[in-house]
Design a protein around this ligand. Structure first.
Ligand code: IPE
Ligand code: IPE
Ligand code: MG
Length: 632
């Protein structure tokens, strides 16, 4: 039966056995499956030999990349030339940026991205892994030029071998052996070299198979040295002239790739179905090499298909053996995702449904926020340039008071007014999360009288916030430790969380007795406890799983971290959440701030270019569409 004739119900059972029940996610995986089937004849055939959870991972990784590649290839009106290249680059970069954003937020609407993110979380794959894949796509857009075999191998070693090692470690987990790619390479002497040789063999074969496509784009995917050795002129290749020298070169290269395959035995410690799949993979590649060496001239014009008869000799018996192996050695995936493997730590943290509330509900305050006394209105900031989470170090209360000849405590009281105004401004501009630093774990070092007054002012402020918040549909959260806090402060914080737990508007997180290191240490301690109790598999600890142990697990990454009072430091504030925050330091002391300062800060943020470790790729800046927003 050809893959396309397989009844649809069959995939339903694959998704069920792979642990994918959500219809939107299934749709995403199915799109990836179809992309794999239409572009990766061998990969698709081999995926069908794998246990369902691994099969889904192969579809998501291979299929998503192919789907993105297709998108970059076909969408738009340009068909060739530099404009086509630029269009591809822009579409690709837009997709990658959207993927990064979805991964950070653990959500999204694009089905292919959803499937890819689900695979990342399930298998605990680090984001760099995906970026290596994306880098490949970028290189495809521009075409790679290698002068020597050395350069060609170095590129494979840098980009493709790590991918192969990562995939290898994924397969090893099917045998119950958690192994990081680095450990895999280091475990057996010569393993790294063997992987590299296998990867070289695959990529050399693919370079020949994809020759016609590459020539269409004006690229020659082989090192110049290979052409020179064979006496083939680049111009002849681009003109698709099937000279005798060219035919000799293809046969020699096919021999070379075959030799490389012969030097890489299938690793012994594997789930039997995985061993079968890898065996079939290298058999099919050998078949591909034999096919292309038979008619090198045809390669100049089209991708060669595997001969049907040879496929039939190979695949159905392999499928029967794989089904038997899966029956004898059932394989269930331990989902590495936060939701499945890491239970919520005990404490005031609320359920995980937070992130999935519909935006419309979150944006609808019950009553409108009070306007600023000056009549100022919030600026128009395009949705995609808006920060989702602003965190504020409200500093400078003491200096504000001292400058006026007042006791420092008066500064803290005046700071409370500023916060109330900023919360109203946050609602007006449509912010989703506002976190405010009220008292740090280091602030216990202050004189007793100041501590005393702070422990009086903080619950007062919380009660004012609570009175204001409920009608405004603002939800209050607390991030911090209980230890040392007076009971009435803890009670007020807990009451504030409980009373507003159904409010779906802006979330204000009060960071009281908060310290970033303390938060991370407490998370690590709880995680270690759960691992020792067998509740979480140490191999499944991902960044996402770890974040479930933080004080407010569903708090998104901080986009903008603002500090008043003139100091240029973050003072142990939200280090986990703010690793990629844009920082803004204002000289104004906190009691002098109001909502207009928040709005101006958001406008400045909207003009920043965020990179997340990449380099700028496109000519346009992400927020260049902020027409009408004056540059600060
Ligand atoms: C921030 O203002 C409030 C708290 C730390 C509780 P400060 O009290 O630190 O004010 P300055 O920095 O001394 O002016
Ligand atoms: C940070 O301000 C803590 C709060 C605003 C609650 P600090 O005034 O305590 O910070 P440092 O001591 O200047 O770093
Ligand atoms: Mg201070």
């Amino acid at each position: 039966m050809s893959p396309s004739a397989v009844p649809r119900a069959r995939w339903g059972s694959v998704y069920r056995r792979g642990g994918v029940h959500d219809p939107a996610l299934r749709h995403g995986y199915d799109m990836c499956r179809r992309a794999t089937r239409s572009t990766g004849e061998i990969e698709y055939a081999v995926s069908l030999l794998l246990p369902p959870p691994l099969r889904l991972a192969v579809w998501a990784l291979y299929g998503a990349v192919r789907a993105v590649d297709d998108l970059a290839d076909t969408v738009g009106t340009e068909t060739h030339g530099a404009a086509a290249g630029a269009g591809r680059v822009e579409r690709l970069e837009a997709w990658i940026a959207a993927f990064d954003a979805d991964l950070r937020e653990g959500a999204g609407t694009d089905p292919v991205r959803l499937a890819l993110i689900d695979t990342m979380l399930t298998w605990n794959l680090p984001p760099e892994f995906l970026h290596t894949l994306f880098e490949e796509l970028r290189q495809d857009v521009h075409g790679r030029h290698f002068a020597t075999w050395g350069e060609w191998r170095r590129y494979n070693g840098l980009v493709n071998t790590p991918l192969a090692l990562r995939t290898g470690s994924l397969l090893l987990r099917a045998a119950g052996l958690p192994a990081e790619p680095e450990a895999l390479a280091a475990a057996v002497p010569g393993t790294a070299a063997a992987w590299q040789t296998a990867v070289d063999a695959v990529y050399l074969t693919d370079a020949l198979v994809d020759l016609a496509d590459d020539l269409d784009r004006g690229h020659v995917p082989l090192p110049q040295e290979a052409l020179d050795e064979a006496g083939v002129r680049r111009a002849d290749l681009l003109e698709r002239r099937g000279t005798p020298a060219y035919e000799r070169m293809v046969r020699d290269l096919a021999d070379r790739a075959r030799n490389w395959f012969d030097r890489t035995p299938v690793p012994p410690v594997l789930h039997p179905a995985v061993g079968l799949a890898l065996g079939a993979y290298s058999d099919l590649y050998r078949l591909r090499l034999a096919t292309l060496a038979r008619d090198p001239v045809a390669l100049l014009h089209r991708r060669p298909a595997l001969p049907r008869l040879a496929r039939l000799r190979l695949l159905p018996p392999a499928r029967a053996r794989a089904a038997l192996a899966c029956g004898l050695y059932p394989f269930t995936v331990v989902r590495g995702s936060a939701t499945a493997s890491a239970p919520l730590p005990p404490g005031p943290a609320l359920g995980p449904a937070e992130g999935s509330r519909p935006t419309a509900a979150r944006r609808q305050p019950v009553t409108a926020p009070a306007p600023h006394p000056s009549g100022a209105r919030p600026p128009e900031v395009p949705t995609r340039a808006m920060p989702r989470h602003v965190a504020i170090v409200m500093d400078g209360n003491g200096r504000w008071a001292t400058a006026r000849g007042l006791p420092r405590t008066d500064g803290h009281r005046a700071g409370a007014d500023a916060l109330i105004d900023v919360v109203h401004g946050a609602l007006e501009i449509g912010l989703d999360y506002l976190s405010v630093y009220m008292f740090s774990t280091e602030n216990w070092k202050r004189p007793a009288d100041e501590l005393h007054s702070l422990m009086y002012e903080i619950p007062q402020l919380l009660r004012r916030l609570l009175d204001d918040c409920r009608p405004l549909n603002v939800r209050l959260r607390w991030a911090g430790q209980r230890s040392r806090l007076p009971a009435d402060v803890v009670d007020t914080l807990v009451e504030a969380e409980q009373t507003t737990r159904d409010c779906g508007g802006l979330t204000v997180t009060a960071c009281v007795n908060y310290g970033g290191r303390a938060e991370i240490t407490a998370a690590a301690a709880q995680l270690a406890h759960d691992a020792a109790a067998g509740r979480i598999d140490p191999a499944a600890v991902s960044e996402h799983a770890f974040a479930r142990y933080l004080h407010v697990p569903e708090l998104p990454d901080v986009d903008l971290l603002l500090r008043s009072g003139g100091e240029r430091r973050t003072s142990n504030f939200l280090p986990w959440q703010a690793t990629y925050a844009e920082l803004l330091f204002l000289d104004t002391c906190w009691p002098d701030m109001d909502r207009r300062d928040l709005w101006r800060a958001i406008e400045q943020y909207a003009h920043r270019t965020r990179r997340y470790g990449t380099v700028p790729r496109t000519r346009t800046r992400p927020h260049d569409d902020l027409a009408g927003v004056p540059a600060p």
